[in-house]
Design a protein around this ligand. Structure first.
Ligand code: ZN
Length: 292
């Protein structure tokens, strides 16, 4: 089931941990999966998963700093109430945690890996300093919710997109939310300055693949609802891209020389997008390989 509504939201500038600059119209698309779980895709900010039911609402991620009311309205359309009992942040970036303060002020408990709270504390951004922006429940290896007939387990993976990422698994419903460990059909952003690594990112995707079967719905951090096939394609692409750039680094090429070679040119035809262009993907892979 899919329907669309237009909601006000923030600029793409907030895709990372920067404060939102301007209001803009945002299309929110909701898709009902299994077990009552609904994916909310805004097209700009990170995808949400909403689990409504008698035990209260659980929401995975919560959009941008100034999208609280719009996100609340989208959740209310699904769950009858727009105020979740719990919100889980998949990692610290502002397009996944920006709504923390909005919902915390209404009584929602925010949960995340220890490193998410640490990175939010350390970030000098307006929205991270907002009252209520910090998770009040933190965990190390994993955290499990038992709500609305579903088991929902968030498992931390070592340095991948950041150092605080989790894979969220709904085993009964056969649904996985990968957070930004998966940009479906797009070059991924790997935040090396937040403890991310290319090898860790690929390992996290392989781990997600090991959890998934042929019918598993996989919610990416960004991009459309996906399956095992799209996640496998993303992991294979990234491995190939990593190998190509690492080979040039081993030959002693400078970043400028690697850019001239443009080793990802063919991949860029399919995977490049406005935020992670072929050039930026190459630069991330270069920096990662050069630091090994
Ligand atoms: Zn992110």
């Amino acid at each position: 089931m899919t329907f669309r509504c237009i909601l006000p939201a923030a600029a793409l500038a907030a895709l990372l941990a920067t404060p939102a600059a301007a209001q803009r119209e945002l299309t929110v698309e909701t898709t009902e999966l299994r077990g009552g779980i609904v994916m909310v895709n805004s097209g700009i900010a990170g995808n949400l998963a909403v689990l409504p039911g008698p035990d209260g609402v659980l929401v995975i991620d919560n959009h941008l700093p100034d999208t609280g009311p719009a996100t609340e309205a989208a959740i209310a359309d699904i769950a009858g109430t727009g105020v979740p009992r719990f919100i889980l942040n998949t990692h610290w970036h502002g397009d996944h945690t920006g709504g923390n303060h909005h919902f915390a002020h209404q009584g929602t408990a925010i949960a995340a890996h220890h490193n998410v709270r640490e990175r939010l504390l350390a970030a000098a951004a307006e929205w991270t300093e907002a009252d209520g922006a910090l998770p009040i429940i933190t965990f190390g290896h994993d955290l499990t919710f038992h709500m609305n007939g579903q088991t929902v387990t968030a498992t931390h993976v070592p340095g991948a997109h950041t150092d605080g990422d989790v894979i969220v698994h709904f085993p009964e419903a056969d649904v996985i939310h990968m957070g930004d460990l998966f940009f479906s059909g797009l070059f991924p952003y790997i935040d090396l300055d937040s403890g991310g690594s290319v090898a860790g990112y690929i390992a996290a995707q392989r781990r997600g693949l090991a959890m998934a079967g042929p019918d598993t719905w996989i919610i990416p951090g960004h991009g459309p609802l996906s399956t095992r096939a799209e996640l496998a394609a993303a992991a294979d692409m990234l491995e190939q891209a990593q190998r190509r750039v690492a080979a040039l680094v081993e030959q002693g090429l400078s970043l400028e020389e690697v850019m001239d070679e443009n080793p990802l040119a063919d991949l860029g035809e399919t995977w490049s997008w406005r935020f992670i262009t072929t050039e930026r993907m190459t630069a991330i892979l270069y920096r990662d390989a050069a630091s090994q």
